[in-house]
Design a protein around this ligand. Structure first.
Ligand SMILES: *[C@@H]1O[C@H](CO)[C@@H](O)[C@H](O)[C@H]1NC(C)=O
Ligand SMILES: *[C@@H]1O[C@H](CO)[C@@H](O)[C@H](O)[C@H]1NC(C)=O
Ligand SMILES: *[C@@H]1O[C@H](CO)[C@@H](O)[C@H](O)[C@H]1NC(C)=O
Ligand SMILES: *[C@@H]1O[C@H](CO)[C@@H](O)[C@H](O)[C@H]1NC(C)=O
Ligand SMILES: *[C@@H]1O[C@H](CO)[C@@H](O)[C@H](O)[C@H]1NC(C)=O
Ligand SMILES: *[C@@H]1O[C@H](CO)[C@@H](O)[C@H](O)[C@H]1NC(C)=O
Ligand SMILES: *[C@@H]1O[C@H](CO)[C@@H](O)[C@H](O)[C@H]1NC(C)=O
Ligand SMILES: *[C@@H]1O[C@H](CO)[C@@H](O)[C@H](O)[C@H]1NC(C)=O
Ligand SMILES: *[C@@H]1O[C@H](CO)[C@@H](O)[C@H](O)[C@H]1NC(C)=O
Length: 382
């Protein structure tokens, strides 16, 4: 780059500065490939909701609500009740706000902790947060998360409307490190439907339940879990690898996004109670979705009066586990946030292999980094 500046004078610097200053804000929305390894068709979503829990301390600012409610044992359909408690939702960001790995403020893995604890009387303390909105209809929903090591809890990332419309990724710690498969685990992919409700909240006999075996155990590192929901279809992913696609009785009404960690001692599901207090740790949530809120829809029409694919931004695929604990953790855990990185407008119509090129473009052109790059290339101090 220095040689470039020498050879071409200040012009490359001015060009980079210009490119940075015109960077737009994805006026026509966010595009997600329908099939990451297949054809080039993509879904477009208008709304963005991203939270970086490696650096956040204030949940309310990020529009998350800590839940406080309890369900007795008969209503929870297990030997124990569940006591969702606000104090069991604990933020634990990194000490260094400029790093993506390293020591956390309270020790242990950095991120948002959702605690499930040993029972008190016949209630098991548990944790839940929900996004402060109920207008979410279709989208791509992603979470960076490391699950509980203690047998007997259920950690879940889900979209919820009501007992017959729910899309769920549920992790049972009793299914991690089984003697038959010591280094692996599983995730239960569930769409609650009128049929599962009729079967007593049991989706297991319906096409909308799959126990998907993973090639890793979810309690040993952070991975990205994701579901992409469009009319009549839900595709579930781990680290951008498609685990399963469901297409029967798919929800079609708006709802909310929720994360929780709990146990009711039910030997057929959560197992437990846990023999020790244990946390699920969440490093981020990223949601790109459509809204049924008329004000949000009007805002989109104003931003994007005529749909133009060049004014959509392709959402990058997260293929590497976003784990801060690896040898290169500061790089691998640094994932892309539109809300933090201000990307340029770009075409959403791109094939699988373009994801990397796009990420590079974004890194080069994003305003903050471009300024740093300019300082470095041109030796300009400001
Ligand atoms: C989301 O909303 C946009 C704008 O109305 C629309 O073009 C797009 O088809 C919607 N996406 C889905 C998956 O329904
Ligand atoms: C939740 O949404 C309501 C209504 O939009 C708003 O009044 C309230 O301040 C929000 N709370 C948080 C924590 O964002
Ligand atoms: C459990 O709570 C429900 C109301 O939430 C109540 O109707 C029911 O009687 C309670 N059951 C027991 C055993 O306390
Ligand atoms: C739930 O936990 C809170 C906080 O520890 C406690 O004050 C409350 O009594 C518990 N509720 C039940 C029903 O056990
Ligand atoms: C991580 O990388 C950032 C730059 O992205 C740097 O500022 C920070 O010092 C690095 N932290 C560690 C622990 O290496
Ligand atoms: C869930 O919401 C859908 C759409 O509004 C509605 O048709 C259905 O009856 C609701 N189910 C329950 C159990 O309330
Ligand atoms: C968890 O505990 C249950 C019940 O004791 C047992 O069946 C299961 O194998 C245990 N899971 C692991 C991974 O040890
Ligand atoms: C997943 O693993 C379990 C336990 O190791 C095994 O019983 C089951 O058959 C596997 N499922 C699939 C779909 O491979
Ligand atoms: C629905 O999913 C099933 C199982 O994954 C698949 O065999 C079938 O072709 C799908 N149907 C449609 C219409 O996509």
């Amino acid at each position: 780059m220095w040689a470039l500046t020498k050879a071409f004078g200040i012009w490359p610097c001015l060009f980079i500065a210009f490119a940075a200053s015109v960077s737009a804000v994805c006026e026509c929305g966010f595009s997600v490939a329908v099939d990451p390894v297949g054809d080039s068709s993509f879904s477009v979503f208008t709304e963005l909701f991203e939270t970086d829990f490696l650096h956040s301390t204030n949940l309310a600012d990020a529009h998350w609500l800590r839940q406080q409610y309890s369900v007795n044992s008969s209503d929870s359909r297990g030997p124990y009740g569940k006591n969702f408690t606000t104090s069991d939702v604990v933020t634990n960001p990194l000490k260094d706000p400029y790093s993506w790995a390293g020591d956390s403020i309270h020790g242990g893995d950095a991120g948002l902790q959702l605690w499930a604890r040993e029972p008190i009387n016949s209630m098991i303390p548990a944790a839940e947060i929900s996004a402060n909105r109920t207008d979410i209809l279709y989208g791509s929903f992603r979470v960076g998360m490391k699950m509980s090591k203690v047998n007997g809890t259920c950690g879940a990332f889900f979209w919820f409307r009501n007992d017959s419309q729910e899309i769920d990724m549920e992790f049972l710690s009793s299914e991690f490190h089984l003697p038959s498969n010591p280094n692996t685990g599983a995730v239960n992919l569930v769409v609650q439907t009128p049929a599962s409700l009729q079967a007593g909240y049991d989706a297991s006999g319906t096409p909308d339940f799959v126990e998907s075996n993973l090639t890793f155990s979810p309690d040993t590192a952070f991975h990205e879990y994701r579901f992409d929901w469009s009319p009549g279809r839900v595709a579930f992913y781990a680290d951008s690898y498609c685990l399963h696609i469901m297409n029967v009785s798919i929800p079609n009404s708006p709802g909310d996004l929720v994360l929780n960690h709990w146990s009711n001692g039910d030997p057929k599901w959560s197992g437990g109670p846990p023999a020790a207090d244990t946390a699920v740790t969440v490093s981020y949530v990223k949601a790109y979705f459509n809204s049924t809120d008329p004000a949000k829809q009007a805002d989109y029409r104003k931003r994007c009066p005529t749909y133009n694919v060049k004014k959509t931004c392709a959402v990058p695929e997260q293929r590497d586990p976003p784990d801060p604990a690896g040898p290169n953790g500061n790089e691998t855990a640094k994932t892309y946030f539109f809300s933090l990185d201000h990307p340029p407008a770009t075409s959403g119509c791109r094939a699988h292999g373009m994801g990397v090129a796009f990420a590079v473009l974004v890194v080069v052109l994003s305003t903050v980094r471009a300024v740093r790059l300019l300082r470095w290339v041109c030796g300009i101090a400001w």
